[in-house]
Design a protein around this ligand. Structure first.
Ligand code: GLC
Length: 646
């Protein structure tokens, strides 16, 4: 049994009676159980004899950090452990939002708890809320502090008030831990800029181009248009600083154990505000090595697991989300492999599903989606996905060129088609999206735009085309119907539940206009919320449709993620067919039509799977039951069915 599983078992046994549980004793027990793995992980990264003293420091630090954990959170940890893998439950639905754009500040979020409840959302991802540079700051992902709340959102007190209210209302909270880099205004960076060698060693910095050039030979560029290259020259100290993301985001040097120890402190302090899930930002980049692309390296996994195991000792209720937008084979590794299985991240973004769904909308076909899903490696039983359509970032076309070619398509042309389809390169396309980080040399680009605008609602409203509006609403609901039934936490990007369109106001802001991701970071449309009783409005139809699906999801046990997803062959290239399997009559079979024409599904497939009863089918979504009149079932354009056995 792995460490975490062992610990959970111990915790269950000891927690029969929460009232009499003694967090201190349990801490000792966890420390003892986890220390051997922590030691192994530490020395696998920090191998020289002088690193021994840092391990001693780590051993001293863990009890110190536990002591500082607030008492109520110590009990909350135990409650969460007792609940088991709550994050796999069908009763969890998430929403990601920018605090200021949603409702001004932390107090404003507290006021909107009834809105989350009304929709059925009980898991929030608040975008960065800590202090950041005044100008460009990558939406707060350039951090000046890991714990100090930026005054525009509130302060420590309002954060604690919010987290306590959320807990009382059964709403889980996720915050980012920007683990790969700090801003160039972070106290360590400031000291480094004053010439302090100790803090210069917290980052990667070099007096000339020799090492930077050696790195550059293999490093890709994350933001090639706005921040080309991976190093930034700082004349104040005559050094080239590693800046893989933006020039003002300095990569932390984790080969220095002091950095790990300090960041562990920051991590624990951040979670002490009442965080249930830590979003480990850009974690694929944590370890750098000349001659490699410095992503997904084995040492990065060891480091994440080291953070995880230490946090497990101090704050065992808190779990980790991997923000690794990499290939499916690389993503599953963040759940931990071998000895690390279950000891790394519990949740990861299902970036592959996201980009494949967008691919299927543009092509109206599901072939690549099916082929790719069949080849996604199985994840460990204790883990789960975050399934999403849009987020604050761009859509990267992380598609497998090999599979594209196997379908008889030219990978380069196929990508070009997708970019043209979404970024206004084709007159007939309904999408209104924008290119992000275009590379004119290769024609490569990523895509920005809100869910609704990419699915045609903006163009339809602009041209007053009511038929197109209806199609767009159907597409929005169908895609949400997929992420709500697929297995994992569905994460709704705030605004998408109302079909919010692109927001162009960022073009008037000096510090934002060069980053088209801001087009899909709109202010929340409270006016549309006030008009939800007007059923003709697309926003109302979308909201009501999504709310209905969330509610059904929470009543449907097989939507709990038990690795019970089977993708079936619909024998029709426009349909997507998968099953959430359960005992006897519990399964749900999902059918979605990605084409604008009605499509035919062979009823034989449904009866073989047990979803035809007395010649009838039953759909949960429409609560409809109908008799089959032929051996073929018609699925309407962009229709989604959640079929159940009767
Ligand atoms: C993550 C964030 C992204 C940010 C980057 C650098 O990928 O999602 O918005 O730019 O990290 O912190």
């Amino acid at each position: 049994m792995n460490q975490l599983a062992l610990h959970r078992k111990l915790a269950m046994e000891d927690l029969q009676d929460l009232q009499s549980a003694k967090p201190e004793n349990l801490f000792e027990q966890r420390l003892e159980t986890n220390l051997p793995l922590i030691e192994d992980l530490f020395f696998s990264l920090y191998t020289s004899p002088e690193h021994r003293t840092y391990f001693k420091k780590l051993k001293k630090l863990l009890p110190e950090l536990f002591k500082k954990r607030p008492e109520d959170l110590k009990y909350q940890d135990l409650r969460l452990l007792k609940q088991g893998n709550w994050y796999q439950s069908n009763k969890i639905t998430g929403m990601q939002l920018y605090v200021d754009l949603f409702n001004k500040n932390l107090k404003g979020i507290e006021e909107k708890i009834p809105y989350f409840k009304e929709l059925g959302v009980n898991f929030l991802h608040l975008m960065p809320i800590t202090t950041r540079p005044a100008g460009e700051n990558d939406g707060g992902y350039a951090v000046n502090s890991y714990t100090e709340v930026d005054s525009k959102y509130g302060n420590r007190k309002s954060l604690l008030e919010l987290t306590s209210k959320l807990r009382k209302n059964g709403i889980y909270l996720m915050l980012d831990f920007v683990v790969n880099h700090t801003s160039d205004e972070y106290p360590w960076a400031k000291k480094a800029l004053e010439g302090d060698k100790t803090y210069q060693d917290y980052y990667y910095m070099y007096p000339d181009r020799t090492i930077p050039d050696a790195f550059e030979a293999n490093l890709p560029e994350v933001f090639p248009s706005t921040s080309p290259g991976n190093f930034t020259y700082r004349p104040e100290i005559s050094q080239w600083v590693m800046t893989v993301f933006n020039s003002y985001q300095w990569d932390l040097n984790y080969t220095n154990p002091k950095v790990f120890l300090e960041m562990l402190r920051n991590l624990v302090e951040m979670t002490n505000s009442g965080v249930d899930v830590v979003r480990f930002d850009a974690l694929a980049f944590l370890w750098k090595k000349i001659g490699t692309i410095s992503q997904n390296l084995p040492e990065a996994h060891q480091l994440i697991s080291l953070f995880r195991m230490c946090l497990q000792v101090v704050a065992p209720g808190v779990i980790f989300l991997a923000e690794a937008i990499v290939s499916p084979h690389d993503i599953v590794k963040y759940f931990g492999e071998g000895r690390r299985e279950g000891n790394e991240c519990d949740v990861a973004y299902n970036a592959s599903l996201m980009s494949l769904l967008w691919n299927s909308i543009a092509t109206k076909k599901t072939l690549l989606l099916q082929k790719s899903l069949h080849n996604v490696p199985q994840k460990p039983p204790s883990s789960t996905w975050i399934n999403y359509l849009r987020c604050h970032d761009d859509i990267g076309l992380g598609l497998d060129d090999g599979y594209i070619a196997q379908l008889g398509w030219d990978p380069w042309l196929h990508r070009k088609f997708l970019i043209d389809y979404y970024c206004q390169g084709l007159d007939w396309s309904p999408a209104v999206g924008y290119k992000f980080m275009e590379n004119p040399a290769t024609g490569d680009s990523r895509i920005t735009g809100s869910c609704a605008s990419l699915l045609g609602l903006e163009k339809a409203m602009r041209t007053l085309d009511s038929e197109m509006v209806m199609i767009s609403v159907k597409k929005i609901l169908m895609l949400h119907g997929i992420i709500l039934s697929f297995g994992g936490i569905p994460m709704i990007y705030a605004g998408d539940e109302l079909g919010t369109l692109n927001d162009y106001s960022y073009l008037d802001d000096e510090h934002k206009k060069q980053d088209s991701r801001w087009v899909n970071r709109p202010s929340h449309n409270w006016e549309a919320v006030a008009q939800l009783s007007e059923p003709d409005k697309p926003s109302s139809q979308i909201f009501i449709g999504i709310r209905h699906m969330i509610s059904l999801r929470s009543k449907t046990g097989v939507f709990t993620d038990r690795n019970n997803l089977v993708v079936h062959d619909p024998r029709n290239q426009h349909l997507f067919l998968y099953e959430r399997t359960g005992a006897k009559l519990e399964g749900v079979l999902v059918v979605a039509n990605f084409d604008e024409s009605p499509q035919i599904l062979d009823a034989g497939i449904l009866s073989n799977l047990g979803y035809v009863n007395d010649g009838s089918l039953r759909d949960l979504l429409s609560d409809g039951k109908w008799k089959l009149t032929s051996s073929l079932v018609q699925i309407d354009p962009f229709q989604i069915l959640w079929l159940v056995k009767d």
